[in-house]
Design a protein around this ligand. Structure first.
Ligand code: NAD
Ligand code: UGA
Length: 454
């Protein structure tokens, strides 16, 4: 079955980039990305591709190539569903904040709404693809809704979780380690395989049963986050013992069984998915009575919270046990470099902890809008200032904390920054990106995660 018309519900960080790349690589397939959020759709349609709602290196070029040709962004959800042979569901699946499973389970209300809408609108057979990250066995619920409320239409459900990382989304989509497709119906599976096989080597397109596919996505994120928490746990030990976490990471990463990636110690992982997906895994394990399994994975999140909180505590302790009234500059607000996404960014927790200690916070980030920082901080926003110039942000500060590993921070004139600060001038490098030796030579009291202060 040759797919001619794709609809994707959800024009967010996943729906937008993934569909833009499918449209770029399959010019004969019409791809329509729909969303309820009118402002978001308007931004995707902005003539100026610098104003796309998602900042990702290279995405502007992909969108410029396909948009208006076979890539469309629209708020007309019903129309796009009706016209499509294949519908991707790429809506958000946040942690549930009410009722049973509060703070742990995935909130599937947006998924259910999509399923009901598809069932109501569809007049001919459809392949429905789970692109969102979902708890294992969600396809069962989807099928039940679609089969019981649809108009006698046949629905085939596939699971096709997304593994892109923000900041490298276009690269990851162009050249994925693997594409995973879970399903039962061979024809439906093959039609999705054919789309990816346009540009992904066939041996990297993996097909499994639906449940393996759903669970593999949660497991991949859990393993990745676990590596970060593992190295962060060691970072605290390094600070006490004189070992250097970068050296330890390098030494263990050269073991081919361990590998070098995801061993960068930091102020803690952020992003919309690691924490939510692990908590979801923990909840699923608990719901089957697997308490040891649940406790094992929950520790990854507990360790991450500890890492964020001890970073803020260390700033207070080093600044003579008080930051009250002191200007502290935070360089970076995004949860990692090369994205404007701030969801669950460690910077938010660190800022809140320092505001609670009455610090005066100044924030600079090259890509995050002030309005976003305001949303992230809520009422605490009145205690901070946001600067569009990093040197301005650092002027007169007692301390600088590096929260995101933006490349530009490495290129700064740190002597100039030092000269403009109060002395002693402290730098807390939450990303281990600055040159320790150079910073010390300039005169900074420089503290990095995972090495002692000597
Ligand atoms: P997002 O919040 O950026 O985007 C979701 C979009 O869906 C929003 O714009 C929202 O308005 C829209 N939406 C919700 N309900 C809708 C409905 N009924 N009809 C139309 N639009 C609707 O979220 P995201 O980061 O793109 O993540 C989406 C899913 O992909 C999540 O399950 C997430 O876990 C998963 N995922 C995310 C990433 C990532 O890097 N962000 C990577 C892999 C997987
Ligand atoms: C992660 C996964 O890498 C993707 O495969 C997955 O698709 C995605 O989650 C998802 O499901 O949403 P993402 O969160 O975008 O991608 O970015 P990562 O590169 O994984 O970084 C996550 C966090 O861990 C960031 O805060 C990053 O700074 C931190 N991190 C990462 C470290 O502190 N150290 C590392 O070595 C690696």
């Amino acid at each position: 079955m040759k797919i001619k018309n794709i609809c994707c519900i959800g024009a967010g960080y996943v729906g937008g980039p993934t569909m833009a790349v499918i449209a770029q690589k399959c010019p004969d397939v019409k791809v329509t990305v729909v969303d309820l959020n009118e402002a978001r759709i308007a931004a995707w349609n902005d003539e100026d591709v610098a104003k796309l709602p998602v900042y990702e290196p290279g995405l502007d070029e992909v969108v410029a190539e396909a948009r208006g040709r076979n890539l469309f962004f629209s708020t007309e959800v019903d129309k796009a569903i009706d016209e499509a042979d294949m519908i991707f569901i790429s809506v958000n699946t946040p942690t549930k904040m009410y009722g049973a499973g509060k703070g742990m389970a995935a909130d599937l209300k947006y998924i259910e709404l999509c399923a009901r809408q598809i069932a109501r609108v569809a007049k001919n057979d459809k392949i429905v693809v789970e692109k969102s990250t979902l708890p294992v066995r969600t396809a069962e619920a989807l099928k039940s809704i679609l089969d019981n409320t649809g108009n006698g239409v046949n629905f085939h459900i596939l699971s096709n979780p997304e593994f892109l990382a923000e900041g490298t989304a276009v690269q990851d989509l162009h050249n994925p380690d693997r594409v995973l497709i879970g399903g039962e119906n061979e024809v439906a599976i093959q039609s999705l395989v054919d789309i990816y096989a346009t540009w992904v080597p066939r041996e990297r397109v993996l097909t499994t049963n639906v449940w393996s596919s759903e669970l593999s996505k949660l497991t991949a994120n859990a393993f990745l986050a676990q590596r970060v928490s593992s190295i962060n746990a060691i970072s605290e030990l390094c600070e006490k013992t004189g070992a250097d976490v970068n050296e330890v990471a390098r030494a263990i990463g050269m073991d081919s069984r361990i590998g070098p990636k995801f061993l960068k110690s930091s102020v803690g992982f952020g992003g919309s998915c690691f924490q939510k997906d692990i908590l979801n895994l923990v909840y699923i394990a608990k719901s089957y009575g697997l308490n040891e399994v649940a406790d094992y994975w929950e520790q990854v999140v507990i360790m991450n919270n500890h890492q964020k909180s001890r970073f803020a505590k260390n700033i207070v302790k080093t600044l003579y046990n008080t930051v009250s009234g002191k200007k502290i500059t935070m360089l970076g607000w995004a949860f990692k470099k090369d994205t404007n996404d701030t969801r669950e960014s460690a910077a938010i927790d660190v800022a809140k902890d320092l505001i609670a200690e009455e610090a005066k916070i100044s924030i600079y980030d090259p890509k995050v809008e002030t309005s976003q920082i305001k949303m992230d901080l809520g009422s605490s926003f009145e205690y901070i200032t946001v600067e569009s110039d990093s040197y301005e942000a650092c002027q007169g500060a007692h301390a600088i904390a590096v929260l995101t590993e933006w490349d530009e921070f490495k290129e700064y004139d740190w002597q100039k920054i030092y000269d403009s600060m109060l002395k002693p001038a402290f730098v807390f490098d939450g990303r281990n990106i600055l040159d320790k030796q150079k910073m010390k030579e300039i005169g900074f009291v420089y503290t990095a995660v995972g090495s002692s202060n000597e």
